[in-house]
Design a binder for this molecule. Sequence first.
Ligand code: ZN
Ligand code: ZN
Length: 295
Amino acid sequence: MARQVKSRMSPDVSEDEVNTRPSRPPKPLKATAQVAERVSSERFEELYATCATNAHEADGGDGAALFLKGSMAEHSCRPTAFKQIRAGSGSVPQGETRLVVHALRDLDVGEAISISYIPEYYPTWLRQSMLQHGFNFQCGCERCLSGGAELCCCFVCPECEGPCCPPGAVYEEGAYELLRCEDCGLELHDTELLGALKRAERCEEFATTMSGKLHPYHFKIFHMYLKHLDQVPAGTALQILPQLQEAFHRLRPVEKGHPLHAQLAQCAAECWEKVEDEEQEAGAGSVALGIVGER
Ligand SMILES: [Zn+2]
Ligand SMILES: [Zn+2]
């Protein structure tokens, strides 16, 4: 049975903070008076559309930049690469901004280089909605079309407390009539219970019964923990970190270079430094090394 750290909602975390929000495309570009004088409104609209479609967030979200080659990386919900914007740091000279694309695995010659425009740990219906509303396209990537189990919509099995997920892709919020337990194989189609789980997923029963119904692998628990990791005591964060790592690994094979992995590893190292209790420190060390040293 998969290891399970019980999710417990902190009462001071509001429902609003748990609800996920779509990431946004780069901020609109504004023409200076000088540009407006020289460019017709049609041409400006065309330029704006080109920028809005192809620009990457830069300056920590305060700006946008266009990169000729970088614009050619397509989106995938299971990408083969990730990007980094570097400005005047490392090998990038002062005053220059570069987009660096790192492959997440060995790529074949001619294979498409894809990056994810949104965080990957979301169910199909939410990823599609974020891409449609934030980037104006319908995602037809291999993950969206494969119809595999909806691993991010994960509930607590009423029989064994294992992870219970819809066995196929879900294209609309709450549109599942069946859940299957990964541990005991239970098939759950009790309408009343499914209704209660759907309400818990929408956080309608927040802080009362929801935490007993959503499995730690559920995307709302995942993102709530990820967002608040730096606000919980180091010892607690070290208990949560392997759970986040385990949840994410269900989506894709272990990739040491993935940015999320780097984020978790950094957080583990910081927590290790913070814990003071000797016994806790030994445990913290093994968690941190487990994440940092993973291959
Ligand atoms: Zn997709
Ligand atoms: Zn079960």
